[in-house]
Design a protein around this ligand. Sequence first.
Ligand SMILES: [Zn+2]
Length: 126
Amino acid sequence: MSEEIRAKYLDILNNRFDYKLQAYVLDGIVQDCGHQDDDECNCEARRYANRSLDSVYEEKGWNLKEHQDTQITHQIIADKAFDKALADGRLSKNPSASNYEGNYMFMGNDKGKDTFKHVQSRKYDV
Ligand SMILES: [Zn+2]
């Protein structure tokens, strides 16, 4: 993977939910879970809030670069699937269209067909 591609996608990875840690990340910093009341929620987001993702991964003995490369590879596959679905008319760039791309998550390729799930209805209807 080229450094150019890596840099482009790192900006995305540093500003979204980190599935491995199960916490939101903003500018590379772990965000507090926001769970209410004083109960010990014991979640990773609370435990590692306000720390850099790099330092948390290092403390856990997790390989951040490997984790990022895997996610970037998946993201590139997803981006290609979205581009193809838009070109084929399965998805639309029009926010008021029922098949607006922003309402769908790429769920992988099943027997040669790219699958997309609606984020609210959870239906595979495109
Ligand atoms: Zn929590």
